[in-house]
Design a protein around this ligand. Structure first.
Ligand code: CMP
Length: 134
């Protein structure tokens, strides 16, 4: 079993579509191992997205990610990382395939409704960032 971190971003929580996204996660066969509503500080968002710190969109992204509630989830499935990325679709909603969450619910390349880890090492790092072992 693989694990991935998923985030329902502030644009999606504001639109009151947490339920629709969680329903899709369950329909796709993922097991929700952890789930928590959170309000990230800008510093928490900066730490989480530190790999992007040199990108032009970093400041705006961190401001957006701390602008409202998010839902943090740990999803388990065979090939969870790849499968969740397929369900999300491309980063830019305009490029995402029909039927994907970002195509359905994303507003822009920044306000793209959901996040997912991109590799096994990053998944473990991202999960540990928000879900510390007790
Ligand atoms: P996410 O999968 O959370 O990973 C990095 C985030 O940066 C991405 O989704 C978008 O929300 C945001 N972002 C904003 N602009 C860009 C861009 N030009 N390219 C990639 N990601 C971007």
């Amino acid at each position: 079993m693989d694990r991935t971190l998923a985030i329902i971003k502030p644009d999606a929580t504001k639109k009151r579509i947490i339920g629709k996204i969680v329903e899709r996660i369950e329909e796709e066969g993922f097991t929700i191992a952890e789930m928590r509503l959170a309000r990230l500080t800008e510093d928490e968002a900066k730490g989480f997205y530190a790999v992007h710190k040199d990108k032009g969109f970093y400041g705006s992204l961190c401001e957006f990610m701390s602008s409202g509630p998010v839902v943090l989830l740990v999803l388990e499935a065979e090939n969870a990382i790849r499968r969740w990325r397929e369900v999300m679709g491309a980063t830019d909603p305009a490029q995402a395939k029909p039927g994907t969450l970002r195509r359905a619910y994303g507003f822009s390349i920044e306000r793209n409704a959901v996040h997912g880890s991109d590799a096994r090492e990053t998944a473990e790092w991202e999960i540990a960032y928000f879900f510390k072992k007790k």
